[in-house]
Write a protein that binds this ligand. Structure first.
Ligand code: MN9
Length: 294
């Protein structure tokens, strides 16, 4: 598969858990099908922040990767986020998903300790050079505290197997400089509420949590913006942002799961320490669903 086949809209896949925080296989399969069949996304980004990945064991991560591939088969492009500050786990997961047939791997910048750039570079090269696959850098400074520069992206890109960036930041100067410096690499916008400005700067795709429920409208924004129809795209971005703001105010992941339940998908609960919705939050989620999606 060509790198450019990875352009487009990817849902950052939610993970369904039961009330006790165990994986709910049926729910996971339903979320996959809903994204492919109803949201019409091009692909799925599995094991990211939205998947509550950093609260899971290695075995659970593998189980999710296996179930998702088994359900999606060849119906969607699949990217597996394997990053972790346990580099041995990352290498093992990279090998595992490559064998399963994932189209690319991705790894979050290593977080918590203040790793130096040479350490970060070593991390990426170690993970990707130990598997026969391509790597997408996952840059999300507001959660990791790791801010990458254009020059540092450039150093990582010296490895041909590192093909792009999931760019989850509001720094449009950095986005433009990076886009312009590396026209042959791929960039996916990571903040759904900023898709329009990111597409205006010529990103190749978008990866986000809200596409699990709002994928159709997101595709319209993406397409209109690519066609240069900025005013029409902006109208849809504004509605979308009313919607995203309401979700963020009600609790992002639990609300997305409640909305999926409204859409007939068994998205279930969140994994502790992340709290699921209270009855009040559930009622609000229903309202949000009715107002923006029903
Ligand atoms: O990576 C997602 N980031 C997180 C993508 O969940 C931390 C986004 O899709 C956001 O959830 C979304 C709402 O802020 O843009």
């Amino acid at each position: 598969m060509k790198n450019t086949d990875l352009k487009g809209i990817f849902s950052a896949l939610l993970t369904s858990f039961d009330q006790n925080g165990n994986l709910n296989e049926r729910g996971i399969r339903e979320i996959v099908r809903h994204n492919i069949d109803n949201m019409k996304v091009d692909g799925l980004y599995v094991g990211g922040s939205t998947g509550e990945n950093f609260m899971l064991s290695t075995e659970e991560k593998k189980e999710i990767f296996r179930i998702v591939k088994d359900e999606a088969k060849e119906d969607a492009r699949l990217v597996a986020q394997v990053g972790s500050i346990n580099i041995k786990e990352s290498v093992a997961l990279a090998k595992y998903v490559t064998e399963l047939g994932y189209d690319a791997i991705s790894a979050v910048t290593p977080f918590y300790y203040k790793f130096s750039f040479p350490e970060i570079k070593e991390y990426y090269n170690t993970i990707v050079n130990n598997c026969d696959n391509r790597m997408i850098i996952y840059s999300i400074p507001f959660l990791t505290g790791v801010n990458m520069t254009v020059a540092q992206f450039g150093e990582l890109f010296e490895n041909e197997k590192i093909i792009g960036i999931k760019f989850t930041a509001a720094d449009f100067f950095l986005l433009e400089r990076t886009r312009t410096a590396f026209p042959d690499k791929l960039i996916w916008s990571g903040f759904d509420e900023m898709m329009l400005p990111a597409v205006s700067l010529n990103v190749d795709g978008a990866i986000g949590s809200t596409y699990n429920v709002n994928g159709i409208r997101a595709r319209q924004i993406f397409t209109l913006a690519k066609e240069g129809k900025i005013n029409e795209a902006l109208e849809l971005q504004q509605i979308t942002n009313d919607f995203i703001e309401a979700i963020l105010n009600n609790g992002l992941y639990p609300t997305l799961k409640d909305i999926l339940e409204e859409q007939g998908v068994h998205a279930g609960y969140c994994r502790r320490p992340m709290e699921s919705s209270s009855p009040e939050q559930k009622a609000k989620a229903k309202e949000i669903y009715k107002k923006y999606l029903a």
